[in-house]
Design a protein around this ligand. Structure first.
Ligand SMILES: [Zn+2]
Length: 871
């Protein structure tokens, strides 16, 4: 029996299929679909007719009947050799089908796209026709669909990149733009240059928006177009696409300007950077840019005085007309020798340091002759022979130049290997060593040799930098074997250390508390490390004596600490076998490691963190590192967040912290004012911290690494303030508006309200809700016993009378956001929570479980911390 492709028959079949779909009778639907296809004289035409009238073509994330039919068609076709566009004899019929399919793509949802492209072999249509369709989508403001179609048809070279990508970027869909230019080197370069041009001071967003008048953008979307975020994207993409930084003048200039300001702050504000280090970094930063040299002179006038400004102006021959007032006159009055920037010779640049230094800091117990620089393959061989011996204990450390945010992954400049009687410094800036296969092989052999014990402190960051330095390590991944990370030993030691004086009393120094490796060295060997050279320019050659000494000590102290600990582990509360110590759960997470690495790159050494009294003495969370005493509840923590940290703000609200979010990044004065008036703590990131910290009391301003994920930032804040979380804190505050008052409504009321608003139509809640319902069922099975919610957040409850029975509004004016509640939820969720300030509706279910899962480890960590403190 052969059924003609007559529209009535198709309509009947479609109706049957729709009915089965809505009743979720998938097996029957599958059989009926396949038999339907078989009965069509032309299945390819029949499929299009079926799809054409399929309901549910609105853009939606859930699977629709149409997609189901397409998938089934592909499955069915596998057994039918002759059902393909290629097999069609009639050219006109073939072309008509293809055109129809193309129409359907432009008229329907992206979910159809892949399968239609495949089934109807649309790539073979003539290019002009395809381009026309992409243009049609663009003109209809379907920019996302246009980009997807252009991309899937491989038309990127033919299409205008700017016309395609600008709207995507404006719509906060940069990842799609990135995917669009993938595999097209020239387009990648143009995309980055486009973003870079938006970082220029002359850039005006309105000019760009005017080119796309029909594009309506939300505030969130336009907020994304701001220099800080754009610069970050430019740098990320430069690395991803291996683009020459020389092409991104605006972003590079801004980053360097930030670095320069940061250096000025370190040197003249915090005063914790030596003249030598400061000078090394400043020179690298302003090199080759007259504009930056002018800024340097201006900043010097402000922070240091006219003499220093005149010296640097002379050094760079800054044109007279660009000098700030007074600098030229100062240059005139000084003699040429007074204008010289003299080499500074600090007492610390001698091998033997002054007695005061020796009293205060751990010293290298080796002569200068025992520290060997390795610059060529002969020296490398000697090093290899000495280090690669069974039973050796080797301290491993690496140095790279602090990038101050200019590049995200730094290449290693120096690898230090220490054994009991000597230290080797592998100079990776030496041309004979840096990319020599012997060097890579040696490091691989060393790090995987089980007979040699390698010691490090927070080694995961080092591993990442190794991979950045030698990409070949990515192809054949490096597996650390025979490695002991003293960070884990230190964590174990800290647990016993709390609250006891121990056999080796700790000398308490003046000044900031020691952290990280320095703290370990102090606890085990009596004195901390001198960290003066921590931020130095490790790409400088020759290295200064102070740098060589610092580098050697950093690796040697690991050996010294290990030998002391293993001689008497019990004295330190450690097990006999130090190698049996496992990492503590809080430092296991990958994001932690990433964060640590990031910090090292920005000049704050990773090894300094990860250890401390509150679990994580974090340098990025600065301001007030020490927190003792009882924990606080999330409700007691009140903060104001800058708008770079919106994600963090939402996370904190989600667990009940009182969070005020700033609208505008630039107005830091407002943050300080709010903080003072309302007794809030400021959470900020990057540059503003320096300004803000001075405006509020000590410890009232924290800076966070904004390269970290919001969740990880939230964990840091919670740990820093010793916030004790319980599951009932989850959702105790509205994430959208910070309100902590809800109205609790039973299902019956909710159903009634939705009915009144026409949001429940018995016939329609089928396809799109189906998935939600399946999800809901899974949720139910997984987490809660039937019979009512277990969710009782710590919050205030509004009386029923707070909601107007007719307008569904609260007294503040907010209307219940009924349209956000999928009708399919009603049968299984008995209770709803409505924010009385913004009208957002919450319910126990996947939301809640997801949030609970996300903060699972914090819930554990804070419990852990509380018990640890009780000892
Ligand atoms: Zn709200």
């Amino acid at each position: 029996m052969i059924v003609q492709c007559v529209s009535e028959d198709v309509a009947v079949l479609r109706e049957q299929l729709c009915d089965l779909w809505s009743r979720k009778e998938l097996e029957e639907l599958r059989l009926r679909t396949a038999s339907g296809f078989s009965r069509f004289r032309s299945p390819l035409a029949g499929l299009l007719m079926l799809l054409d009238g399929c309901p549910g073509v609105q853009k939606s994330r859930s699977t629709t009947l149409g997609q189901f039919l397409l998938t089934e068609f592909v499955r069915w076709r596998r057994g039918q050799a002759r059902v393909s566009v290629k097999e069609l004899k009639d050219e006109e019929e073939k072309r008509n089908l293809q055109l129809q399919a193309l129409e359907l793509i432009t008229a329907s949802q992206p979910g159809y796209m892949d399968l239609l492209l495949e089934i109807y072999e649309l790539k073979n249509l003539e290019k002009n026709l395809l381009l026309e369709h992409v243009a049609f989508l663009q003109n209809s403001c379907c920019f996302r669909e246009a980009a997807l179609l252009g991309m899937k048809l491989g038309l990127q070279e033919e299409l205008d990149m700017e016309q395609m990508c600008v709207p995507l970027i404006l719509m906060d869909k940069l990842p799609l733009a990135e995917a669009y230019v993938q595999d097209h080197a020239d387009l990648q370069e143009r995309l980055i240059r486009l973003l870079d041009s938006w970082c220029s001071p002359d850039f005006n967003l309105e000019d760009v928006r005017r080119q796309f008048p029909s594009l309506s953008l939300s505030k969130h979307q336009t907020d994304q177009i701001q220099p800080k975020l754009l610069i970050r994207h430019v740098f990320r993409l430069m690395e991803k696409f291996s683009i020459d930084p020389g092409l991104c003048v605006n972003a590079v200039y801004k980053r360097k300007l930030d670095s320069l300001r940061f250096l000025m702050y370190k040197r003249f504000g915090e005063k914790n950077m030596t003249e030598e280090n400061w000078r090394d970094h400043v020179q690298v930063t302003v090199e080759g840019s007259v504009d930056l040299q002018v800024v340097l002179v201006e900043l010097l006038v402000k922070h240091s005085g006219l003499k220093a400004a005149a010296q640097w102006a002379k050094h760079y021959s800054v044109p007279r007309d660009r000098l700030p007032i007074g600098v030229w006159d100062t240059m005139e009055t000084l003699s040429s020798s007074q204008l010289e920037i003299n080499e500074v010779c600090s007492p610390l640049d001698l091998w033997v340091t002054p007695p005061s230094h020796q009293l205060q800091f751990y010293q290298l117990p080796l002569d200068q002759q025992r520290v060997h620089t390795v610059e060529n393959s002969e020296q490398l061989q000697l090093c290899r022979d000495s280090v690669l011996q069974a039973g050796r204990v080797v301290g491993v450390d690496m140095e790279w130049r602090a990038g101050f945010g200019t590049v995200s992954t730094q290449r290693i400049s120096l690898i230090q290997l220490a054994v009991k009687e000597r230290v080797f410094l592998l100079d990776l800036c030496a041309p004979g060593l840096s990319h020599h296969s012997l060097t890579v092989n040696f490091i691989r052999a060393l790090l995987t040799d089980t007979s040699v014990l390698k010691l490090g402190y927070g080694m995961s960051g080092d591993l990442r930098s190794l991979v950045a330095t030698w990409p070949e390590l990515k192809e054949e991944p490096l597996e650390f074997k025979g490695v002991l990370d003293l960070l884990h030993v230190h964590q174990q030691l800290q647990r016993c250390w709390r609250g006891r004086t121990g056999p080796r009393p700790v000398e308490v120094n003046e000044g900031p508390a020691e952290k990280g490796l320095s703290l370990l060295v102090q606890q085990v060997l009596g004195k901390p490390l001198d960290k003066t050279e921590q931020l130095s320019n490790w790409e400088r050659r020759p290295l200064r004596t102070g740098q060589v000494r610092y580098a050697a000590i950093d690796a040697y102290c690991l050996v010294d600490v290990y030998l002391t600990l293993s001689a008497d582990p019990k004295a330190f509360g450690l097990p006999d076998d130090l190698l049996s110590i496992k990492p503590s759960p809080s430092t296991k997470s990958d994001s932690d490691k990433k964060a640590k690495e990031k910090r090292k790159q920005t000049g704050r050494r990773g090894r300094q963190s990860g250890i401390g009294r509150t679990g994580d003495q974090d340098e990025c969370v600065r301001g007030n590192g020490e927190r003792h005493g009882a924990s606080i509840t999330p409700q007691e923590l009140r903060v104001v967040c800058d708008n770079m940290l919106q994600g963090l703000g939402r996370y904190l609200r989600c667990v009940g912290v009182d969070v005020l979010m700033l609208e505008n990044t630039d107005d830091h004065k407002v943050a300080a004012q709010i903080a003072r008036n309302e007794g809030r703590i400021i959470l900020t990131s990057g540059q503003p911290f320096q300004t803000l910290r001075s405006q509020v009391a000590e410890g009232r301003c924290l800076t966070l690494d904004c390269s970290e994920k919001a969740r990880d930032q939230a964990v840091r804040v919670l740990k820093h303030f010793n916030v004790h979380l319980t599951p009932s804190d989850i959702f105790s505050r509205c994430q959208a508006c910070n309100n902590d008052e809800y109205l609790k409504l039973p299902r019956e009321d909710m159903t009634q309200m939705m009915n009144k608003r026409g949001l429940i139509q018995d016939t329609v809640h089928k396809q799109d809700d189906w998935e939600a319902q399946c999800d809901a069922q899974v949720d139910c099975n997984r987490s809660r016993a039937p019979g009512g919610p277990a969710f009782t957040p710590h919050c205030r409850w509004a009386p029923r009378s707070a909601l107007d029975a007719h307008s569904f509004r609260f007294s503040g004016g907010a209307e219940v956001q009924l349209e956000t509640v999928p009708p399919g939820l009603l049968p299984r969720i008995p209770e709803y929570f409505i924010c009385t300030r913004c009208g957002k509706v919450f319910w126990e279910g996947s939301h809640f479980d997801r949030a609970l899962a996300q903060f699972q480890d914090v819930l554990n960590i804070s419990d852990d911390d509380t018990t640890a403190r009780k000892h």
